[in-house]
Design a protein around this ligand. Structure first.
Ligand code: CTP
Length: 164
């Protein structure tokens, strides 16, 4: 199908339904690759992955979707998705059925997941065994405050500081 004709086929699935795994829906348009990155998916794991970007969405205008077969998410992965794609919905698929649907929620305390952007923050010192620690200050937009130096990380800036 010619992509310019997509709006003429609003009910057409771009990729087929999956049998078992997860569908991460309602990802803000353009963020699907970032979601794959925080999940550590590079393609070499052999997982079957489908990526849909910039498709029409009633709720968001445009959205991305990521489908991953035979993968289920840990709490850490759910927290990271909530921080970079707060509108995401996680659908758990078993035998082609949606058996669970959950909204992601940013954690009130974020420990060891994000690097403080302030180069002089004590959590950045190599010889200090201190894990980064942020408190959630607001959810829309997402704002995280470093509990060591007070630096406030906001919205899209967060994805650039995910600990690898
Ligand atoms: N899906 C899939 N494989 C399945 C079942 C569902 O890939 N076996 C996908 C659908 O294509 C959709 C998402 O999972 O992108 C959620 O499915 P569903 O709850 O049936 O769709 P909606 O009702 O449109 O979801 P919502 O209300 O969250 O917008």
């Amino acid at each position: 199908m010619n992509p310019t004709n997509l709006s003429k086929y609003p009910n057409k699935l771009i990729v087929s339904k999956i049998r078992n795994g997860i569908v991460i829906d309602h990802i803000p348009a353009g963020k699907a690759l970032k979601v794959l990155r925080v999940l550590g998916i590079t393609g070499s794991e052999g997982l079957r992955v489908a990526l849909v970007m910039n498709v029409e969405s009633r709720k968001l205008g445009r959205k991305d979707i990521v489908k991953i077969e035979e993968k289920f998410l840990s709490m850490k992965e759910l927290s990271l998705i909530a921080l970079i794609a707060p509108t995401a919905t996680i659908n758990v698929i078993k035998e082609y059925k949606v058996v669970e649907k959950q909204r992601v929620e940013p954690p009130s305390i974020v420990k060891g997941l994000i690097k403080c952007p302030n180069p002089t923050c004590i959590s950045r010192k190599k010889n200090e065994p201190i894990k980064s620690l942020f408190k959630l200050k607001s959810t829309n937009p997402i704002m995280l405050e470093c509990q060591y130096c007070g630096y406030v990380l906001k919205g899209d800036e967060i994805e650039d500081y995910i600990e690898s």
